[in-house]
Design a protein around this ligand. Structure first.
Ligand code: HEC
Length: 109
């Protein structure tokens, strides 16, 4: 039997991928994120690849007006990532099938 709070096998496999890819460099701490501001597009120009530039792409610069804050964003927490993933799933699978996954309670803090 699985210990309560322990990762299921697929969760453990996901954790290995997460750690191997270095995601914890920014997604870390109590909320697995939310603790720092980071520049997007470190591994390639995400914004150019996506196209359709918008003022929101400037991120924290819109608040501070400092050049070093261009394309800098607060790292999402695990709860925020869950919300985004639920939304993306609903586009793919339809609202009914994503509802169950999105209803999973967040881990207690
Ligand atoms: C250099 C820092 C950094 C690293 C490394 C990083 N992230 Fe992020 N991540 C961010 C930031 C900043 C955001 C918030 C972006 C925003 O506000 O749109 C974010 C948001 C996300 C989101 C929310 C959806 C989205 O695209 O906005 C997911 C999912 C995510 N990261 C997964 C990962 C995974 C998986 C890895 C490892 C492969 C990873 N991140 C590595 C900084 C990072």
């Amino acid at each position: 039997m699985r210990r309560e709070g322990a990762l299921a096998p697929d969760g453990l496999a996901g954790l290995r991928v997460f750690l191997r890819a270095g995601c914890q460099e920014c997604h870390n701490g109590v909320g697995v994120g939310g603790g720092s501001f980071q520049r997007m597009s470190r591994h390639g120009d995400y914004f150019a690849a996506r196209g359709d530039a918008s003022p929101a792409d400037l991120g924290r610069y819109n608040i501070t007006r400092r050049d070093e804050d261009r394309r800098v964003f607060r790292v999402f927490t695990d709860v925020e990532v869950r919300a985004v993933v639920c939304f993306l799933r609903s586009l793919d699978e339809g609202a009914a099938s994503s509802a169950a996954a999105c209803a999973t309670p967040s881990p207690a803090r």
